[in-house]
Design a protein around this ligand. Structure first.
Ligand code: CMC
Length: 428
C-alpha cells in the first residue's frame, strides 16, 4: 500500500488522504481541500521555491546536509579527478559515460561548432568597450536564435542535439570574444586541435604567436573548474532555463534567460563579488572587523551560504586544492590569506555555525581565475560556459518529460478589492 498523509480541515472537520511519493505530496492534491464546491481549494505558498520540487530529474543528485554532489550517480570528486569537461557534458546530456568512439564524435561535434557566424562578431563589435561581459554574452546568445531558426523545432530530438553542440561549442567562443572586444584585441578563431578548455585559453590569450600552447596545469585546473560548475540541479538559472523553455521557446533565448539569472550576485555573480570583497578587506588584520559588519547585517559574506548545502560545499573543497596547484605555476594570489582567515573565523563563529553557513563554490574560484589573469568582470562568464552543458541537459530532459507543462505558478492576490476608476481631474 502506498504511503499517505491524512489531513483534517479544522474549518469543516473533513478528512482527506494525500498520497506520498518519494517524500513528496502533490500540490495539486491540496485543491480537493475546500469549504464548499465553489471554492478554489487550498494552494501551497512557497516564496523562492524553498520546499517545492518543480520537476523530476535524473541528472544531478545533491544532498545538502551531507555535502554530496553527484552527476548521474558519479561522485563529483571522481569526475573532477578522472574525467574531462566534455566527457562530463556528454554524461549530463546522455545519462551515461561515453565509449571511446562516442566521446570522439561528441568532442568533434562540439569543437566543430565553436565557430561563430561572422555576423555574430559584427554584432559584438557594437558593444561599448566597457560593456559588462555578462551583458554581451546574454545578448549574443539570444541573438543566435536569429541565426538558427531551425532551433524552434524543439520537439525534434535531432534538432535538439544539434543545438546542444552549438550552444556548448559557441558559448566558449562568445565568452572569449566578450573579453577581446573590451580590450580592443583581434578575435582569435578556435583551434580545434586543442582541448575545449585549451582552445578557450587560446581564444582568450593568443597574441602574435603562430600557435597558442596552453600551460597544461592551468588548462587542467580550468577543466576541473568547468566540471564543478557544469550542473547543480534546480538552481535559479536552471529553473529559469526550464521555465522559459516550458513555453517551447527555442534554446538560445532560454539559455540567454538562464544566463541572465546567473548574472545576479546571489547566484553566479557571487564569484565576482567575492573578489571585490577580498580587495575591499585588503589585509588579514581587517578580517575581524569585516566579520563584525556582516554580523551586524551591513552586508553578506559573499561566497558563503547556500540554499541547499548546510555543510561544506564539496566543490569548494576541490577548488581549494586546485588553487594551490595553480599558485605553483602563477605564484600565490595574496588574497588567499584573507580568504583563509575569513573562513577560519567564520567557521568558529556562532553566527555562521548556527546558520550553517559554509564556503560555497564561489569562495575560492575567483582566486584561481585572478591568478590565471582573467579580469574580475569575466568571472561569471566563466561560470556560464560550463553551466551551459547543465542547462542543455536539463532542457533536453524536460522536453521528453511526460509531465511537462508550461511553468505557471499561482499567487496570493494582496492588492485592493474592486474599486471604480477616478477621472484625472477628480483625483486629489
Ligand atoms: N552572509 C551572512 N549571512 C548570511 C549569508 C551570508 N553569505 N547567507 C545567508 N545568511 C544569513 C541570512 O541573513 C539569514 O539570517 P537570519 O535567519 O538571521 O535572517 C540566514 O543566513 C538564512 O539566509 P537566507 O537568505 O534565508 O538563505 P537562502 O537560502 O535564501 O540564501 C544564498 C542562499 C546563497 C542566496 C545566501 O546564502 C547568500 O546570499 N550568500 C552569499 C551569495 C553567494 O555566495 N551566492 C553563491 C551561491 S553558490 C553558487 C550558486 O549556486 O550560484
Amino acid at each position: 500500500m502506498s504511503e499517505t498523509l491524512e489531513i483534517t480541515d479544522n474549518r469543516t472537520g473533513n478528512n482527506c488522504q494525500l498520497e506520498i511519493d518519494q517524500g513528496t505530496i502533490r500540490a495539486r492534491d491540496l485543491r480537493q481541500i475546500k469549504r464548499d464546491e465553489h471554492e478554489f481549494g487550498l494552494m501551497s505558498y512557497d516564496p523562492g521555491f524553498d520546499n517545492t520540487a518543480s520537476c523530476r530529474s535524473a541528472i544531478t543528485e545533491l544532498d545538502g546536509e551531507r555535502g554530496i554532489l553527484r552527476y548521474r550517480g558519479y561522485p563529483i570528486e571522481q569526475l573532477a579527478e578522472q574525467s574531462t569537461f566534455l566527457e562530463v557534458a556528454y554524461l549530463l546530456v546522455h545519462g551515461e559515460l561515453p565509449t571511446k568512439s562516442q566521446l570522439n564524435s561528441w568532442v568533434h561535434n562540439i569543437m566543430y561548432h565553436t565557430v561563430l557566424h561572422e555576423k555574430t562578431k559584427k554584432l559584438m563589435e557594437g558593444f561599448h568597450y566597457d560593456a559588462h561581459p555578462m551583458g554581451m554574452l546574454i545578448s549574443t546568445v539570444a541573438a543566435l536564435s536569429t541565426f538558427y531558426p531551425d532551433a524552434r523545432k524543439v520537439q525534434e530530438p535531432e534538432t535538439r542535439m544539434l543545438q546542444a553542440y552549438r550552444l556548448i561549442g559557441k558559448m566558449s567562443t562568445i565568452a572569449s570574444y566578450t573579453y577581446r572586444n573590451s580590450r580592443g584585441l583581434p578575435y582569435v578563431y578556435p583551434d580545434i586541435s586543442l582541448s575545449y578548455t585549451g582552445n578557450f585559453l587560446n581564444m582568450m590569450y593568443r597574441r602574435v604567436e603562430p600557435r597558442y600552447q596552453p600551460d597544461p596545469v592551468l588548462e587542467h585546473a580550468l577543466d576541473v573548474l568547468f566540471i564543478l560548475h557544469a550542473d547543480h540541479e534546480q538552481n535559479c538559472s536552471t529553473n529559469a532555463m526550464r521555465n522559459i523553455s516550458s513555453s517551447m521557446a527555442d534554446p538560445y533565448v532560454s539559455v540567454a534567460g538562464a544566463a541572465a539569472a546567473l548574472y545576479g550576485p546571489l547566484h553566479g555573480g557571487a564569484n565576482e563579488a567575492v573578489l571585490r570583497m577580498l580587495n575591499e578587506i585588503d589585509s588579514v588584520k581587517r578580517v575581524p572587523d569585516y566579520i563584525k559588519r556582516v554580523k551586524a547585517g551591513e552586508m553578506r559574506l559573499m561566497g558563503f551560504g547556500h540554499r541547499v548545502y548546510k555543510n561544506y560545499d564539496p566543490r569548494a573543497t576541490i577548488i581549494k586544492k586546485t588553487a594551490h596547484q595553480v599558485f605553483e605555476v602563477t605564484g600565490k594570489n595574496p588574497l588567499i590569506d584573507i580568504a583563509l582567515e575569513l573562513e577560519r573565523i567564520a567557521l568558529e563563529d556562532d553566527y555562521f555555525v548556527s546558520r550553517k553557513l559554509y564556503p560555497n563554490v564561489d569562495f575560492y574560484s575567483g582566486l584561481i581565475y585572478e591568478a590565471m589573469e582573467f579580469p574580475t568582470s569575466i568571472f561569471t562568464v566563466l561560470f556560464a560556459i560550463p553551466r551551459t552543458a547543465g542547462w542543455v541537459a536539463q532542457w533536453i530532459e524536460q522536453m521528453v518529460d511526460p509531465e511537462l507543462k508550461i511553468a505557471r505558478p499561482r499567487q496570493i492576490y494582496s492588492g485592493p478589492a474592486k474599486r471604480d476608476f477616478i477621472p484625472l481631474e477628480k483625483r486629489s
